[in-house]
Design a protein around this ligand. Structure first.
Ligand code: UD1
Ligand code: CA
Length: 454
């Protein structure tokens, strides 16, 4: 039987007060709708139909790489109307999961449970019971069986006391959607076509309406404003942090950790407070990350220690490396094992060989540095002539003196040494010493100027 996923994403999201469509607002670094599409993909759905409206072009562009079928709802006449516009593309048979683009944390497990419960009945929904369900559609039951969903605005005083509400996530047989949706009316308090009315239609058809509850409440939390977005971000972060800790990652304080993507971590990885991990990162065994680091799309091999406030992006770091504090690795930085990178060192598109060191204040860009070399404090690779980038090649066991300007393209041979303060514009042969600096001038018994007395 085919499984389809229908995602409602046409709403305006007025309360976000943003020029960005609501479903593109990020949660844990990914658009809300991106989370839902990702979950739909994990379910191996035969097709994913997304209903768009407001900001449609931006939304479609953001997911151009995804295999999603887009259906436009030009006027937002209600959730029932939204699903109705998919009927021309919806297969006659099979079952559809109906999800909301602004309910990003629903899990594969809960949706599988929903599908299991709904396949025989033809209709099922995810509900949740809370102390106060104000605002939500209430689940009306008789003898324990669902009879209807009544929207808050249409509900009686008595019905408003019901604590079980509709989360807006359903599984419905396609045949039934084709049958029921054309029959919806907008004769209600909001003048909208309510998708929720299909529950009463199911009862009229003699069907039983299945229901499941999510394992965790945040799975069904929707985002309507920035306050809810921030609250859900925290809940999602806590959930991810817990999963990492269960896998053996030592987070010093899970409430001060942010993962905006995926972290593959070995054993005994230790992460201090206020670290942000973005994109996809892999940390080997015993990696330690100091406080305040921001690490994006970077692989760090076993035993490497990163001191506080270091910022990495698209870098590859070997094992037993020492970095920071305040180090910056930009895209293409590749550090072999046992490299030392100290404070205020910036590395871009540069390979640094085993055991080499740049411990203080340096810019290493577009360079190849061999093994066992030492880069003095304040050294700059002058890689850019204002038009083009050029390479600096530094061999093995090189000693670059303090405060060198290495004007690329330039090659420093194996075992070579450069004097402090040199501006190196020509290649240096293996095992040579190159010094480029003017001679020191000295005046004996020099008298400094005196302040003129008035
Ligand atoms: C809906 C449910 C309510 C449930 C609540 C859960 C109905 C009538 N009510 O209420 O029972 O408790 O969700 O959050 O369905 N959308 C469209 N096109 C439209 C209208 C809405 O795409 O014409 C999308 C919205 O962008 C949103 C989702 O559908 O993603 C839900 O719409 P929303 O207006 O938030 O529904 P509620 O009135 O809150
Ligand atoms: Ca809503």
């Amino acid at each position: 039987m085919s499984t389809n996923v229908i995602i409602l994403a046409a709403g305006k999201g007025t309360r976000m007060r943003s020029s960005l469509p609501k479903v593109l607002q990020p949660l844990a670094g990914r658009p809300l709708l991106g989370h839902v599409i990702e979950t739909a993909k994990k379910l191996n759905a035969d097709n994913i139909i997304t209903i768009f409206g407001h900001g449609g072009e931006l939304v479609q562009q953001a997911f151009a790489a995804e295999n999603v079928q887009w259906v436009e709802q030009t006027e937002q006449l209600g959730t029932g109307h939204a699903v109705k516009v998919t009927l021309p593309v919806l297969p006659a048979d099979g079952i559809s999961l109906i999800l909301s683009g602004d309910v990003p944390c629903i899990t594969q497990d809960t949706l599988k449970k929903l599908l299991d419960a709904s396949t025989s009945t033809g209709i099922g929904l995810v509900t949740l019971t809370v102390a106060d369900a104000t605002g939500y559609g209430r689940i009306v039951r008789e003898n324990g069986k669902i009879q209807a969903i009544v929207e808050h605005k249409d509900a009686s005083e008595e019905q408003r006391k019901i604590k079980e509400f509709n989360t807006g996530i359903y599984a419905v047989s396609n045949a039934k959607l084709h049958q029921w949706l054309p029959q919806l009316s907008n004769n209600n308090a909001q003048g909208e076509y309510y998708l929720t009315d299909i529950v009463a239609m199911a009862i009229a058809d003699g069907l039983e309406v299945a229901s499941v509850e999510p394992e965790r409440a945040f799975e069904v939390e929707g985002v309507n404003d920035r306050i809810q977005l921030a609250a859900l971000e925290r809940e999602f972060q806590q959930y991810q942090a817990k999963q990492l800790m269960q896998q053996g990652v030592h987070l010093i304080d899970p409430s001060r950790f942010d993962l905006r993507g995926k972290l593959n971590a070995g054993s005994d990885v230790r992460i201090d407070i206020n670290v942000i991990i973005e994109g996809e990162c892999t940390f080997g065994n015993n990696v330690e990350i100091g406080a305040g680091c921001i690490i994006k799309n970077t692989d760090i091999a076993a035993g490497t220690k990163v001191q506080p406030y270091s910022v990495f992006e698209n870098a590859v770091i070997g094992s037993d490396v020492q970095i920071g504090p305040f180090a910056r690795l930009r895209p293409g930085a590749k550090l072999a094992d046992e490299v030392h990178i100290g404070n205020f060192v910036e590395v871009k598109n540069t390979h640094i060989g085993t055991g080499s060191k740049a411990n203080h204040f340096a810019y290493l860009g577009d360079a190849e540095i061999g093994a066992g070399s030492n880069i003095g404090a304040g050294t700059i690779t002058c890689n850019y002539d204002g038009a083009n980038k050029h390479k600096t090649i530094i061999g093995d066991n090189v000693f670059i003196g303090t405060n060198n300007s290495l004007v690329a393209p330039v090659r420093i041979g194996n075992g070579a040494t450069t004097g402090a303060g040199s501006t190196i514009t020509r290649d240096v042969a293996d095992h040579s010493l190159a010094v480029e600096r003017s001679k020191q001038f000295e005046k004996e018994n020099y008298q400094r100027p005196q302040k003129i007395k008035k």
